[in-house]
Design a protein around this ligand. Structure first.
Ligand code: ZN
Length: 182
């Protein structure tokens, strides 16, 4: 596993937030590796977080564990980024959204957090549905579901096996109250 324990801390790190709905067409169609790296160099960026899986639950590389974004114009956008960045000595930690994954929230509604208090920060206040499940919000998933934990772990392994990265950024690790059967 590529772990950079002995390398010095990078000077300027940025987070390339990349949460892209399935309704957005042509994702990555205009990507230009030279322009991408050139822009980062001009800004003295030497580390940038890029995305394996976003809050919408879509992946930006040809994953066999999760699901590639249905409108991804470059089948391995993330890999193209990793290769260009590595060649330019710009570090790229890789991002995996954990408890916000709207695709899985739709496929596995049983994985959603079932709050005992029916209060969520992002939910519509007057949504009367159980655990505010009908609110137009990120629907937090409960990590007590082993099938989802296994999927997350397998996707992280897939990323680490196939791409040169100093590490994984697991985002959205929360501790909501949950009264689901698990
Ligand atoms: Zn639960």
């Amino acid at each position: 596993m590529p772990v950079s324990t002995n390398k010095p801390l990078r000077y300027r790190q940025i987070h390339l937030d990349f949460h892209t709905s399935e309704h957005v067409p042509g994702v990555g169609a205009a990507f230009d590796a030279d322009e991408f790296v050139g822009t980062l160099r001009k800004a003295s960026v030497d580390s940038i977080t890029i995305f394996a899986k976003c809050h919408h639950g879509w992946s930006y590389y040809p994953t066999k564990v999760g699901a590639p974004h249905p409108q991804l114009a470059r089948p391995d956008l993330m890999g193209d980024m990793v290769r260009a960045l590595t060649a330019a000595d710009i570090e790229c930690p890789i991002y995996i959204s954990v408890q916000w994954d709207e695709r899985n929230a739709r496929i596995h509604p049983e994985w959603r957090v079932m709050s005992a208090t029916n209060r969520y920060h992002r939910a519509t206040p007057n949504d009367p549905s159980t655990a505010k499940q009908l609110s137009p919000a990120w629907h937090t998933l409960c990590l007590n579901h082993k099938a989802y934990r296994d999927e997350l772990l397998e996707q992280a392994r897939e990323v680490l096996r196939n791409y040169d990265t100093p590490g994984i950024f697991f985002d959205i690790i929360t501790t909501p109250d949950c009264v689901c059967p698990e």
